[in-house]
Each structure stands twice: as C-alpha cells, then as structure tokens.
Design a protein around this ligand. Structure first.
Ligand code: FE2
Length: 248
C-alpha cells in the first residue's frame, strides 16, 4: 500500500493542485492530511472542498481550524499574522466549510500509523516538535501507540526516533530522500508543508509511505511558482507577510 501524507496546505490552492497532480503519478492509494488546510492563503473554501473530496483520506484538525472554532482563545494565543489571517478566513468560510472543520478529530490512529497536527501528547496544546525539541518528540511518541506518528505544524520536514534524536538531519532531507524503516522502529515523521513551506525547504513538500518496501520518501514540488498565489493574497485583506513567506 502506498500512502501520501501531507500537511499545512494553508488555503494555497495552486500548491494543493500541484501536489495532487504530482502524487497521482506515484501510485498513491491512500492519503492523510495533518491539518491546517486553511489560514494564511486566499482559497480556504476551495482547499477544504478539494481535500475533503478525496477518497481514502484521513484528515485531522490543525490549530488554524481550531482557531476558527475557538476565536477567543485564538486571539490570545496566536501570533498577530496568523490571527489576522484567521479573522479574514472567518469572514470567507461558507457554512459548509465551517461544518466540515468542526467535525475533524485531533488525532487518528489507523493500523501502524497515528496522524496528528502537532503532538500526540495533548494535541490541542499545539506544541512545535522542531528538531532539537527532543523532550517534546519523546513525549509525543510515548503517548502514541503507533510505530509511525506523523505530525505537521512546524512546516519543516523531519524524522526522529523515540528519544527525539533526528534520524536524518533536517537540512539534509531533500527531494527523493528515503528512510527505510524496520518493524521495531518507533518514529516521528513530518512531511513539511504544502502551502507555506519554511526552513530549508522553500518549495512544497510531502511524503509517501510504501508499506511493501518499508520506505518513507520526501517529495519536493520544485515546479511550484508562488507568483499566482502571491498575487491573490495581495488582492485580499490578508496580511502581506502571508505572501512574503511564499516569495522569498
Ligand atoms: Fe500550519
């Protein structure tokens, strides 16, 4: 079975469509979306409709979906750019989109996989499991029954063991980087972000998991050109920084 895991689309329809086109050539049979379909970008309703219409997909709630449902808490905890984007997104969301978002789970466990946006430990605390946060990674995996736990939220590709040690240094994860897992592994894997890539990966990224060959592979969408998305962001009342991060 081949699974594609992606995260943090952030209302970027152009990057989402490019990812779906790219993954369609890889024999992907199932999808998992690790949350933050919305926020920052110009097409929240279109991205929710596109992701939710995929067959064989598991989707968990991200902090940007949570913010839609918990506006007061979000206003107190989110950074100003993220919060301003949420205020704009609130105004755009259709009732259908809002209903869809409100039905998402924080965490899904399925066979050897757990899908969660931030951490399997207190998923609604939205901790950032960056490389170097060994304690956070270890705590996450301690609270996951699965061999493989997939997280997003940081917008940075990563793979770490149950001690929180990186199995591949984040800066060395490139397009085509593959990790071959064993049955005894208990690992945390981050695919990076589709719609707002940060860190070393300046292009959208996702992973495939091939359960026949036991391989996890990162894919980077080098063909993504942010020009159209940037134009659309700047034509709205979204913060201009939302475009800046795409256009570096
Ligand atoms: Fe995000």
């Amino acid at each position: 079975m081949k699974l594609a895991v992606f995260s943090d689309v952030h209302s970027n329809l152009e990057a989402l469509e490019l990812f779906l086109e790219h993954s369609s050539h890889l024999g992907v049979e199932e999808y998992a979306c690790l949350g933050d379909i919305i926020g920052y970008g110009p097409n929240p309703n279109e991205c929710i409709a596109t992701v939710s219409s995929l067959e064989n997909i598991d989707i968990v709630m991200g902090n940007h979906e949570w913010a839609i449902l918990n506006p007061l808490e979000a206003s107190l905890t989110m950074n100003p750019m993220a919060h301003d984007a949420i205020v704009w997104t609130q105004q755009q969301l259709s009732e259908q989109s809002r209903q869809y978002v409100s039905g998402l789970d924080y965490k899904i466990q399925k066979g050897p996989f757990t899908f969660v946006h931030a951490s399997a430990f207190e998923p609604d605390r939205w901790e950032y499991l960056l490389a170097g946060n060994s304690a956070g990674v270890a705590l996450c995996l301690l609270h996951s029954v699965s061999r493989m736990t997939f997280v997003g939220h940081t917008h940075r590709p990563m793979i770490a063991d149950s001690h929180g040690e990186s199995l591949i240094p984040t800066g060395r994860i490139k397009d085509g980087t593959t990790y071959r897992y064993s049955d005894s592994d208990k690992i945390l894997v981050n695919p990076g972000s589709i719609g707002q890539p940060r860190g070393e990966f300046r292009k959208p990224s996702y992973i495939t998991v091939d359960t026949a060959s036991n391989e996890i592979t990162w894919h980077r969408l080098d063909d993504y050109d942010p020009k159209r998305t940037v134009e659309k962001i700047l034509a709205t009342d979204l913060p201009a920084e939302c475009a800046y991060y795409l256009n570096r």
